[in-house]
Every structure is written in structure tokens, then in C-alpha cells.
Design a protein around this ligand. Structure first.
Ligand code: NAD
Ligand code: DAU
Length: 350
């Protein structure tokens, strides 16, 4: 039996990865380590929480002693590391938190893996999940490849870039058997409604203003979260040690076009007259250091490992909107309490 540690498994992408691994690999034991910050929610895993090959451990990756003990006790064969502070706007108001979790937390995991695998590294794997934001911002042309130099602009992307460098340094210096992937913007069920798509679905439903940063001309490359989870499965099992794989769906949208499409779908779903939800669009002050464009070239992953995205964006967006409309209780639970304070600081008091 293989024992796999997934960090951040109660978050958006992590919960899809945990679900995929627990259901697809009944012979693996999957341990989900999560601090349950505002972004982590065990309700994301209700459907698989009683599976015999799944275990949840509440804990903080910043606590190095705790991490070392956990690795010594559990003797993991593999690590899929997703735990992170993940929201760019929060990194602008509180950068230090991002250094602790994203940099120190990653180094603690690397130290623990290096320690328990030092005598028997064969068959072990440390898989670090990163983002396309480490590459910086593109102009109108070109795409990020695995060779693109790092040029992070936000405290979030700087902390992710730093953690990527540590993973590669542990591979080169200590021979840690690691692999890294850098993915574009994900969308789908269970995403915390501070991120563009779920935030705007929630606001449209509640007839609240849609705060578009700047002129809405920034471009993001959107990928269905379950396609990301499938790519993680393929890379974890067949990716080459020491390599980097870019993951993306060749699916670029300006924010404003995406927002208009969401408004159109929502008008239909909520039986509103055409154009009604678009009236909620409100242009607000731009995000500081706002990257203009991301676009991922995932040729390497497609050619070497045969992964391809499964879903057209319009279909995925429609499914995502349906999910949020059908899961109002989930939305209400995650947006109660501290989230209200965050929302006021981020948008109302601007
Ligand atoms: P998320 O914010 O939804 O989830 C993060 C999870 O990590 C939460 O469950 C949280 O409780 C947990 N966590 C945070 N700090 C922790 C700590 N100190 N110890 C233990 N657990 C902690 O994030 P997400 O969007 O699912 O992103 C997951 C990973 O994928 C991140 O590393 C992120 O950088 C990367 N990524 C995200 C996207 C995207 O579009 N969301 C794209 C590419 C890469
Ligand atoms: O590219 C991958 C990254 O995608 C991940 O690494 C991050 O964890 C994830 O949060 C995401 O970062 P972005 O900053 O691209 O995502 P966000 O949903 O915050 O914003 C998407 C775009 O929408 C961006 O150009 C900013 C804009 N935006 C966002 C919000 C929250 C607005 O115009 N208004 C908003 O209120």
C-alpha cells in the first residue's frame, strides 16, 4: 500500500485531488493535512470522508516540529503539496502570512521528506503544486513555457516563486525526488468566493455590484479544476523527477468578456431580462501590480504524458454556475463570519 500526503486537501483544488485519489486508488492511503484556514472546509469532502483509505489530520505546515513528527510516524511514500495562502488581494494586505505558509511551510515539508527518505529514496516523490503567476505578466503575444524566467510581481507570486526555488534546490543539493507543475487559473465547484468567478456568481445572484478592477482588460487562461486534478494524477505517477510541467487549457479571456458571459448565463438561469445582470458591473480601482496577461503553453505535458483538457469553457462555466446555484448553503456557510470583514475592507472601504 502507498501512503500519500496531500497538503491543503480541504481547499478548492486540494479537495478535487483528494476525491480523485481516494476514489481512483482504493489501494492507496490518502492523508489530508490541512490547517482549515478560512479557505479550508471539510464540507468540500463530505462525500468521501468515510472511505477506509482516507484520513484527515488538522495541522499547520508552518509548525516544523509537528511536520517532522507526522512524517516520522506516517512514513509517507509521496507528498502532493497544495497547502498555501492563495489569494493575490490578501497577499497585498498581509504579505507576511504568505511568507510563513508558502515559503517556510514548504521548507518544513521538504526537510521532513528529506529526513525520512534519506536512506531509502527509491520510489518516493515530492510533488509541489505551483502557479503560472511566478512567470510574471505577458504582453499581447507569447505564452509561458517551462523555460520562461521567473518574474513575480505580487507578494503571493513572489512567495510561490520562492517555494518553487526551494523545491528545485532540494532536488539539486540533496537529491530529493521532486517534481513541480505550474498551472493557470482554475475554476469549478468548491472555490472560495473571494476569487473572480465564484465571487461574481454570488454577487449577481444577490444583486450586488460586480467590482471590476481597472478596465477589465486583464487576461487569464482558465482551466476546469477537475482537469487540473487529472493532470496532477498523471504528473504524480508519470512525470519525470526534477522536471517542471506547465498545465493550462489554451483558454484566454479578458475579464470583462468573461464577466459579460457570466451575466448572460445568469440572466437565463435566474429568469431575468437579457442585460439585467450586466447593470451590476462597477469599475473600481485597479489591483496594485496587476499582471496584464497569463497564457500557458502545456505542450510538454500533452506530448510527454498525453494529458489534454476534457471540457470546453462555456460548458464548464455553465456547470460551475449550476453548482453554485444548487449549493447556496455551502456558500452561506463559507461567507459567514470573518469573510464579511474581509469583504468590507477589500471593497466597501476602498
Ligand atoms: P485554497 O486557498 O482554496 O486552499 C488552500 C488550502 O490550504 C486550504 O484548505 C487551507 O486551509 C490550507 N492551508 C493554508 N495554510 C495552511 C497551513 N499553514 N497549513 C496547512 N494547511 C494550510 O487554494 P487553491 O486555490 O485550492 O490552491 C491550491 C494550490 O494550488 C496552491 O498552492 C496554489 O498556489 C496553487 N494554484 C492555484 C490555482 C488557482 O487558480 N486556484 C492555480 C494554480 C496553482
Ligand atoms: O493564475 C493562477 C492563479 O490564479 C492562482 O495561482 C491563484 O491562487 C488564483 O487566485 C488566481 O489568481 P488571479 O489573481 O488571477 O485570480 P482572481 O480570481 O483573484 O482574479 C482573476 C482576475 O479578475 C484578475 O485579473 C483580477 C480580476 N478581479 C478579481 C477580483 C477578485 C477583478 O476584476 N475583481 C475582483 O473582485
Amino acid at each position: 500500500m502507498k501512503k500519500i500526503l496531500v497538503t491543503g486537501g480541504a481547499g478548492f483544488i486540494g479537495s478535487h485531488v483528494v476525491r480523485l485519489f481516494v476514489t481512483k486508488y482504493p489501494e492507496y492511503k490518502v492523508v489530508n493535512l490541512d490547517k482549515l484556514t478560512y479557505a479550508g472546509n471539510l464540507a468540500n469532502l463530505k462525500d468521501i470522508e468515510n472511505r477506509p483509505n482516507y484520513e484527515f489530520v488538522k495541522g499547520d505546515i508552518v509548525d516544523g516540529d509537528f511536520i517532522l513528527k507526522l512524517f516520522e510516524q506516517e512514513q509517507f511514500d509521496g507528498v502532493i503539496h497544495l497547502a498555501a495562502e492563495s489569494h493575490v488581494d490578501r497577499s497585498i494586505s498581509n504579505p507576511t502570512e504568505f511568507v510563513f505558509t508558502n515559503v517556510i511551510g514548504t521548507v518544513n515539508l521538504l526537510n521532513a521528506a528529506k529526513h525520512i527518505w534519506k536512506d531509502k529514496p527509491e520510489g518516493k516523490r515530492f510533488y509541489h503544486i505551483s502557479t503560472d503567476e511566478v512567470y510574471g505578466s505577458l504582453g499581447n503575444k507569447g505564452m509561458f513555457t517551462e523555460e520562461t524566467g521567473y518574474d513575480p510581481h505580487s507578494p503571493y507570486s513572489a512567495s510561490k516563486a520562492s517555494s518553487d526555488h526551494f523545491v528545485r534546490a532540494y532536488h539539486d543539493t540533496f537529491g530529493l525526488l521532486s517534481v513541480v507543475s505550474n498551472c493557470s487559473n482554475n475554476y469549478g465547484s468548491f472555490q472560495f468566493p473571494e476569487k473572480l468567478i465564484p465571487l461574481f456568481i454570488n454577487n449577481i445572484r444577490n444583486n450586488k455590484p460586480l467590482p471590476v478592477y481597472g478596465k477589465g482588460e486583464n487576461i487569464r487562461d482558465w482551466l476546469w479544476v477537475e482537469d487540473h486534478a487529472r493532470a496532477i494524477d498523471v504528473i504524480f505517477h508519470r512525470g519525470k523527477t526534477g522536471e517542471t510541467y506547465n498545465i493550462g487549457g489554451h483558454n484566454e479571456w479578458t475579464n470583462i468578456n468573461l464577466i459579460r458571459l457570466m451575466c448572460k448565463i445568469m440572466d437565463r438561469k435566474l429568469n431575468r431580462p437579457d442585460g439585467e445582470s450586466e447593470k451590476l458591473i462597477t469599475y473600481v480601482k485597479d489591483r496594485a501590480g496587476h499582471d496584464l496577461r497569463y497564457a500557458i503553453d502545456s505542450t510538454k505535458l500533452q506530448h510527454e504524458l498525453g494529458w489534454v483538457p476534457s471540457l470546453q469553457f462555456e460548458e464548464g462555466l455553465e456547470k460551475t454556475i449550476d453548482w453554485y446555484l444548487a449549493n447556496e448553503e455551502w456558500l452561506q456557510n463559507v461567507t459567514s463570519g470573518d469573510y464579511q470583514k474581509y469583504y468590507e475592507q477589500q471593497y466597501v472601504k476602498r
